[in-house]
Ligand binder design. Sequence first.
Ligand code: SAM
Length: 203
Amino acid sequence: MLTIIIAEAELECVPPALMRHPSVAAKGGKRTVLLDSSFHHRAMQSLPDAYRRGRPDIVHLCLLNALESPRNKEGGLRVFVHTRNDEVIRIDPTWRVPKAYHRFVGLMEQLFAERVIRVGGTVLLSLEKKRLADLVREEAGTAPVQVMHAEGAPYRHQEDAVVVIGGFPHGDFSIPLPYPRYSIYKDELVAWSVLNHVLYGGT
Ligand SMILES: C[S@@+](CC[C@H](N)C(=O)[O-])C[C@H]1O[C@@H](n2cnc3c(N)ncnc32)[C@H](O)[C@@H]1O
């Protein structure tokens, strides 16, 4: 069983201080609005790390690729999303990720508001507070942990590994991850390209 953690993903709600900004308020007075740099670019400028925040699209593309993969359909994959605010999304492998971005955003807003998304008796998504280091330790147990990084040893596929991929567009992990780093290419790649490489056994 392969486990993929999309780590420090730039998935968060608009901070309360920005809710009155015109680019946010335009969303019809909703209480929970997902931060999206495409729409909230001007409102975000006062935020620390503004250059990398507000990127739900990265999570959307990673989850579409992961959950629609043959590996997932065969029951060989677990995927977690860890966010910059140390929240972890647990994902049922049968969840059909909305193809349309606006529907994905709506569902994430519902998840942040209600902490759980159920269909029938099945919990498809749930949200809990958890630090990345704790998530990796708990999910790995005795399995190897591989941190994907442009500057690392050549990637070697391990079927039972926990693989950590940054869910951010720029910069680096904010905490030191005390595990071996593996690279698949000399330059930086987008997260979903790295995820697909790992999913298909490093080919
Ligand atoms: C767009 S990158 C973030 C940019 C970051 N400065 C970096 O070093 O890759 C998102 C994530 O994809 C993974 N990644 C990017 N390029 C990679 C490469 N050449 N080999 C392995 N993983 C890579 C890393 O986990 C990284 O955190």
